[in-house]
Design a protein around this ligand. Structure first.
Ligand code: TRP
Length: 473
């Protein structure tokens, strides 16, 4: 294995060390070396990559030695998981680390900024509300331009929120709710309008589904989204298949964006190839368009300069790097962003949950019994094999999925901290930890189901009708 790289001077030297370390990782994997050994080699590789990016402003790419011109950090290429690095793009999330993706490194790779204590304190000051626990606990961990949004808000220049969902099936799981729960909080504390894009067109292009199925999923998913408690007077939910044809202003923005992004650029950002259908290649323009306020003339009365803030999971960032790159070129403000971490699969934090594997997730339709069984059977445990060992050495909350889920859903900070300490010391057993999670999720899901039942077709229609919202634009 390559030894410590302290003292490496030039980008070229670092580049060569990186290439050698990449070879080492591949060789270890081919030789099926011990997991710990591979892990250590991958960690060193990642560290070298971060150093390289810091030194050169460029992402390391095998076969591409450092060049003189530095890359604008805002528009870095898609993360592609080469050489054992975490993979994070709109279609894949995976890592070899049981603790999950290394988010600090993603910030460096994507060129975004960390949501630090200073920003959290500022959000508290400006909004006058205790920050949401997703902010306090680093679940929303990265941002672009949030300070500018707050500067403007303090000067009475308001903004709007934009988020979305790709309706790939009827079944939504708890992980899908994270951006919506947080967006609802933002809407409440800042008292601002919100647009929610349902990309039924995207799912038609990417999956083996009919247009009718995708559209139906969009409407069904809208019910779960509405059940999060959004204010109908401040929220517009739209299906692309419906709204694109109904709004000339929206389509005009799509075309403007399409004219200003080349095939080469989307290839670099999204990894499209010559055999991808042209619908996929032009789709990013459709996800970008809601970032511009004049796509919604009924809400913003033709204004094109209303600032947009997008809460989303970090895997959506490639779309918005592209959007921020074109915005000034077509005369619009760049959208600001708040990025969340992924919600881990029950099997462990190496990957995010998948709607296609019933046992990887807690679904919004699960019964109390299903919730209990899934957690007891499938939630990856950081506990020890026997009670004796567990009492003696304690469990590891950092890799324990039940504990991770509690950081998402147990609001009481003190209670959470006590659970963490007791689990780590061995005072709390895995079964007891799981019981706390089960008792947290069962009522939460039941309440969601109750609220969803109240959502009628008429309510959905209201949310999905283009109309003025209650706001001062
Ligand atoms: N592409 C996203 C998905 O597959 C859906 C989406 C569209 C979205 N616009 C968005 C997500 C804005 C977050 C923010 O889920």
């Amino acid at each position: 294995m390559t030894d410590c790289h302290e003292g490496t001077r030039s980008p070229m030297e670092l580049y060569e060390k990186l290439t050698a370390q990449g070879d080492t990782v591949r060789a270890l994997k081919t030789a099926k070396a011990e997991k710990a050994e591979i892990e250590a080699a991958v960690q060193l590789l990642l560290k070298l990559k971060v150093d390289y990016k810091q030194m050169t402003g460029q992402d390391y790419k095998a076969g591409c030695p450092p060049s003189e011109n530095s890359v604008a950090p805002d528009n870095g290429p898609a993360a592609d998981g080469v050489d054992g690095e975490d993979t994070v793009d709109p279609w894949n999330v995976s890592t070899t680390n049981a603790k999950g993706v290394d988010y600090d490194k993603l910030i460096v790779r994507f060129g975004s900024s960390k949501i630090d204590k200073e920003l959290v304190d500022r959000i508290e000051k400006v909004s006058g509300q205790k920050p949401h626990h997703f902010l306090r606990r680093g679940i929303f961990f990265s941002h672009r331009d949030m300070h500018q949004v707050l500067d403007a808000y303090e000067k009475h220049k308001s903004f709007y929120l934009y988020t979305g969902r790709g309706p790939s099936s009827e079944a939504m799981h708890v992980g899908h709710l994270i951006p919506f729960i947080f967006t609802k909080w933002l809407q409440d504390v800042f008292d601002i309008p919100l647009v929610i894009q349902l990309t039924d067109d995207e799912k038609y292009l990417w999956k083996d589904l009919t247009l009718e199925e995708c559209h139906r999923f969009a409407v069904e998913n809208a019910k779960d989204i509405i059940a999060c408690g959004f204010d109908v007077n401040k929220t517009f939910i739209f299906s692309d298949l419906d709204y694109m044809g109904a709004s000339p202003e929206f389509y005009r923005n799509v075309v403007k964006i399409q004219k200003h992004v080349t095939f080469n650029q989307v290839k670099g950002i999204f990894g499209f190839t010559d055999s991808d259908c042209i619908g996929k290649i032009s789709f990013p323009a459709i996800q970008a368009a809601p970032s511009f306020s004049n796509s919604f003339p009924q809400i913003f009365r033709g204004r094109k300069d209303v600032q947009c803030l997008i809460p989303c999971a970090i895997d959506q960032d490639p779309y918005f790097r592209m959007t921020r790159d074109v915005a000034p070129r077509i005369g619009y403000p760049k959208p600001a962003l708040l990025h969340s971490t992924f919600f881990p699969a029950l099997q462990g934090a190496q990957t995010k949950m998948s709607a296609s594997d019933a046992n990887s997730s807690i679904f919004l339709t699960d019964t109390p019994k299903q919730i209990k069984n899934k957690i007891n059977k499938h939630a990856f445990s950081g506990g020890k094999d026997t009670v004796e060992e567990h009492r003696k050495y304690g469990g590891n909350p950092e890799v324990d999925v039940s504990f991770m889920y509690l950081t998402f859903f147990l609001e009481d900070d003190e209670q959470l901290e006590k659970i963490r300490q007791d689990y780590a010391s061995g005072a709390l057993l895995t079964g007891e930890l799981k019981k706390i999670l089960i008792e947290t999720l069962q009522p939460m899901i039941a309440q969601h189901q109750e609220r969803r039942k109240q959502v009628t077709d008429e309510t959905v229609k209201q949310f999905m009708t283009p109309r003025p919202l209650n706001c001062n634009f």
